[in-house]
Design a protein around this ligand. Structure first.
Ligand code: DX5
Ligand code: ZN
Length: 218
C-alpha cells in the first residue's frame, strides 16, 4: 500500500490547524513537516515552536524533514514532541552513521534524504540502518516546483538496490508530485508520496487526496 504524506509547507499558515485537520479528514496518512534554516536551503519555514503548537491536535503521525545545516540541534526537541519519523539529509551530516543511530536509539524512525544530484552510493554502508530513504524530486527549499524527471531513475535504482540487498526500508518521494504524475512516481518505486501544493492549494482537498491515493487521474 502506498502512503500519502501531506507537506504543510503549502498550508495556509494563518489557518494552519484548520488546514491540517482538513487534510486529516480528507484521508492523508501522515503530516510531512519541512524544517528549513535559510542555510542548508535558501528559505526559512518554521521551527520547533510551530510543531509544538500542533502536536496533540492532529492524530496523524508527524514525519519531519530536516533541511538544515545542523540537524543535531533539533533531535532532542523532536523526540520530546513525539514525532514518528526524522529525516536528515546525507549532504548535511558529517557523521551520518552517528546521526541515524542517535535518532533510532531515541525510539524514533530514522530516514536519510538525498538531493537530486546526490548519488545513491552515499547509502552504500548505511542503508541497512535506515527505516526510510527520501529521494528528493526537486531541489529542496521551496514548495510548488516541477518534478525533475531524472530523479525517477534514482527511485527505480533505489528500489532495485533494496531488492538486491533484501532490505525493507520505505522509499519516500518528495517534490512536485501531483495527480498527473503520481502514477509514474509509484511505478518508479515510491512507497510514501509527499504532496504539498497539490493538496493544500486544491479547491477540493478530499477529491485531490482521493485521486492521489487512487494513483491520480486527469
Ligand atoms: C521541498 C520540500 C517538500 C515540498 C513539497 O523543499 O521538502 O516537502 O514542501 O511540496 P510540493 O508538493 O509543493 O512540491
Ligand atoms: Zn520535504
Amino acid at each position: 500500500m502506498v502512503l500519502l504524506s501531506s507537506s504543510i509547507l503549502a498550508a495556509d499558515f494563518a489557518n494552519l490547524l484548520d488546514d491540517i485537520l482538513n487534510a486529516e479528514r480528507a484521508g492523508v496518512d501522515m503530516l510531512h513537516i519541512d524544517i528549513m534554516d535559510g542555510h542548508f536551503v535558501p528559505n526559512l519555514s518554521f521551527g520547533i515552536p510551530v510543531i509544538e503548537s500542533i502536536v496533540g491536535k492532529s492524530a496523524l503521525p508527524f514525519d519531519v524533514h530536516l533541511m538544515v545545516d545542523n540537524p543535531d540541534e533539533y533531535i532532542n526537541d523532536l523526540v520530546r514532541l513525539g514525532v514518528k519519523n526524522i529525516t536528515v539529509h546525507a549532504e548535511s551530516c558529517i557523521h551520518l552513521d552517528r546521526m541515524i543511530n542517535r535518532i533510532k536509539e531515541s525510539g524514533v524512525r530514522a530516514s536519510i534524504a538525498l538531493n537530486p544530484s546526490t548519488p545513491l552510493t552515499v547509502l552504500d554502508y548505511v542503508v541497512e540502518l535506515c527505516d526510510m530513504v527520501l529521494v528528493m524530486t526537486v531541489n529542496p527549499g521551496f514548495g510548488g516546483q516541477k518534478l525533475i524527471p531524472y530523479t525517477l531513475d534514482k527511485v527505480a535504482d533505489l528500489r532495485a538496490l533494496r531488492e538486491n540487498k533484501g532490505l525493507n526500508f520505505l522509499i519516500q518521494v518528495d517534490g512536485g508530485i501531483d495527480t498527473q504524475n503520481v502514477q509514474k512516481v509509484i511505478e518508479a518505486g515510491a512507497d510514501v508520496i509527499v504532496a504539498g501544493t497539490c493538496i493544500f492549494k486544491s479547491d477540493d482537498m478530499a477529491r485531490t487526496v482521493e485521486l492521489l491515493k487512487g494513483r491520480g487521474a486527469v
